[in-house]
Design a protein around this ligand. Structure first.
Ligand code: IMP
Ligand code: MG
Length: 188
C-alpha cells in the first residue's frame, strides 16, 4: 500500500481497547445512573461496541449536530436532533469518535451541563491531543491519535468509509483530489 494511506488502528486493536474502556466504565460507575450520549453519526459504531462492553444498566441517547458554516473557530454548533429525554440528575458519558480541536465538544458540554446532570464525562475513541485548542478533560481516551486525517469505524470523508472495520490514516489532500482513492487503493 502507498504511503498516502494505511491502517492506523486495526479492527482487533480497536476491539481490545473498547473492551478496556468498557471495563473501566463498569468499575467507575457501579450504582450510578448512566446515560451514554452518542454524537451522531460518527460515534454510532463505537457506541454499539462500547455499551456491549459495559456490564451495568444504562440508557443511551443521541444528539445530532452540525457546525455553522463560517463559524469553525467558535465551536458553536446547531442542534439538528436533541436528546429524547432529560438528563437531570443523571451521570452522563458523552461518546465521541474523535476529538480534534475540541471546539465542538466543549460547546456541547456546556449545553449538557446547563441541564444539570449529576456529572458529565467524555469517552472518545480517538483523541488528537496535539490539535487541541480548548482545554478538555477526556476521562476515557481510546487512543492518543497522531495529527492525521482518519476514516473508518464510523468516521467519514464526505459520508464515505464509515463502514470500514479498521481505521485508516489518509492524506486529506489525496481525498480532496479524489474522494474514492482509498476505496480504489483497497480494491487493488
Ligand atoms: P473538533 O471540534 O475540531 O474537535 O471536531 C471534532 C469533529 O470533527 C469530530 O467529531 C469529527 O466529526 C470531525 N473530525 C475531526 N478530525 C477528523 C478526522 O480525522 N476524520 C474524520 N472526522 C474528523
Ligand atoms: Mg463527531
Amino acid at each position: 500500500m502507498e504511503a498516502e494511506a494505511g491502517v492506523l488502528y486495526s479492527e482487533d486493536a480497536i476491539a481490545e481497547r473498547v473492551r478496556e474502556l468498557g471495563d473501566a466504565i463498569t468499575r467507575d460507575y457501579a450504582d450510578r445512573r448512566i446515560v451514554l450520549v452518542s454524537i451522531l453519526k460518527g460515534s454510532a459504531m463505537f457506541l454499539a461496541d462500547l455499551i456491549r462492553a459495559i456490564d451495568l444498566p444504562l440508557r443511551v441517547d443521541f444528539m445530532s449536530i452540525s457546525r455553522y458554516g463560517g463559524d469553525e473557530q467558535t465551536g458553536v454548533v446547531r442542534i439538528l436532533q436533541d436528546l429524547e429525554g432529560p438528563i437531570l440528575g443523571d451521570d452522563v458519558i458523552v461518546v465521541e469518535d474523535i476529538v480534534d480541536t475540541g471546539l465542538t465538544l466543549s460547546y456541547l458540554l456546556s449545553v449538557l451541563e446547563n441541564r444539570e446532570p449529576a456529572s458529565v464525562e467524555v469517552c472518545a475513541l480517538l483523541d488528537k491531543t496535539v490539535r487541541r485548542i480548548t482545554p478538555l478533560r477526556i476521562r476515557y481516551q481510546g487512543f492518543d491519535c497522531p495529527d492525521r486525517f482518519v476514516v473508518g469505524y464510523g468516521m467519514d470523508y464526505d459520508e464515505r468509509y464509515r463502514n470500514m472495520p479498521d481505521i485508516y490514516a489518509v492524506e486529506e489532500r489525496a481525498l480532496k483530489e479524489d474522494p474514492m482513492m482509498l476505496a480504489r487503493l483497497l480494491d487493488a
